[in-house]
Design a protein around this ligand. Structure first.
Ligand code: TXA
Ligand code: MG
Length: 311
């Protein structure tokens, strides 16, 4: 069933495939012209580096030979899984992958289909399989919206997590968190038994070291706004995403997650895309307090993605 996609990748073509976070747009990580196709298809700025996806420790060594002790512990704890680690790169890693930086981002995805594909083709670069500026795809339909009906997609339904991986730089000391995800700061610190640094607001503005975070990736066409406390919920062409505040009456335009942040993360990007299809003018989202974010890694990741969509 995978043969067609494996052959495309081996022939230097690009395909979309599922990971546990979002769908990725894959290309052979050692094929310059294939990787160029990824940038072209997404309309991605050339200064935004890609994540290399692997399925063995041996593949990791193609890209780096500087693995700090704390990174070893994190790989043991969280790989395969939704954690991207940034290492000092080996000299022959292609510049197009790293956007000319001296570091390379690597992740070992947990989805069995991604593992099968990588095991058969070799390491793949894979940004999220959306056009730049659109929300990351969590369903095959999202990819078809951006790249057309006939784009080659290894279809596997909805992705489990729904938000992109945690991105942690382990080439610096202390380690530095560039993008929060379902693996949170506390979990990382518990494993390495050290404090890490967190990019202020995770907005990347202060972090030229993670170029991608300066782009507003996550926006739907509808405006996204935090819902002010006490504001009554009404009009039909507004969409509300609530997690604590119980709606007085059920309505199609009011989605209530009832403290289920896994479900909210799972649905967020699909709700963004649906909002555009249903011509919702504004998406109001109940704020996620700092206290909640401390308790729930996904609330922190949700806050980060929603804040970017508001910018
Ligand atoms: O969950 C995910 O990570 C998904 C799935 C498909 O694996 N991929 C994904 O890739 O979200 P992308 O390209 O949409 O996001 C990669 C992020 C960008 O913010 C990029 O700037 C950052 O990782 N990044 C990549 N290489 C880096 C490097 N060497 N230094 C700093 N940041 C880097
Ligand atoms: Mg992306």
């Amino acid at each position: 069933m995978l043969d067609r996609y494996i052959n495309l990748l081996k022939a230097g073509q690009i395909i979309a495939f599922p990971t546990e976070t979002v769908y990725g747009l894959g290309a052979d990580a050692w094929n310059l012209s294939a990787i160029q196709k990824v940038f072209d298809a997404k309309n991605r700025p050339a200064d935004n580096p890609l994540i290399v996806h692997i399925s063995s420790r041996e593949m990791l060594h193609q890209f780096t030979d500087e693995i700090p002790e704390g990174a070893e512990k994190l790989m043991t704890a969280f790989w395969p899984g939704p954690l991207t680690l940034i290492f000092k790169k080996k000299p022959d890693v292609l510049d197009i992958v790293t956007a000319g930086l001296d570091t390379v981002a690597v992740r070992w995805p947990g989805h069995p289909l991604s593992q099968d594909i990588i095991a058969r083709v070799g390491p793949l670069v894979a940004p999220s399989a959306n056009s730049s500026g659109k929300p990351s795809p969590t369903k095959p339909e999202h990819i078809k919206e951006d790249f057309g009906e006939h784009f080659p997609i290894v279809e596997a339904g909805e992705t489990q997590i729904g938000l992109e991986s945690t991105v942690l730089d382990v080439s610096v000391s202390p380690f530095r968190l560039y993008r929060p995800g379902s693996i949170g700061q506390n979990q990382i610190e518990n494993i390495i038994e050290k404090a890490i640094e967190v990019d202020e607001k995770n907005d990347g503005e202060k972090s030229p070291r993670s170029p991608g975070t300066k782009y507003s990736h996550y926006s739907p066409d509808a405006r996204v706004q935090w819902l002010t406390e006490g504001t009554p919920l009404h009009s039909e062409n507004l969409l509300y995403l609530l997690h604590q505040r119980i709606p007085e009456e059920p309505a199609d335009n009011i989605i209530f997650f009832d403290h289920d942040y896994e479900e909210m993360a799972h649905q967020l990007y699909d709700r963004f895309r649906q909002a555009d299809q249903n011509d919702y003018q504004t998406i109001f989202i109940e704020p996620l307090s700092p206290a909640l974010q401390k308790k729930e890694p996904l609330a922190e990741a949700l806050y980060n993605r929603i804040s970017k969509a508001i910018d």
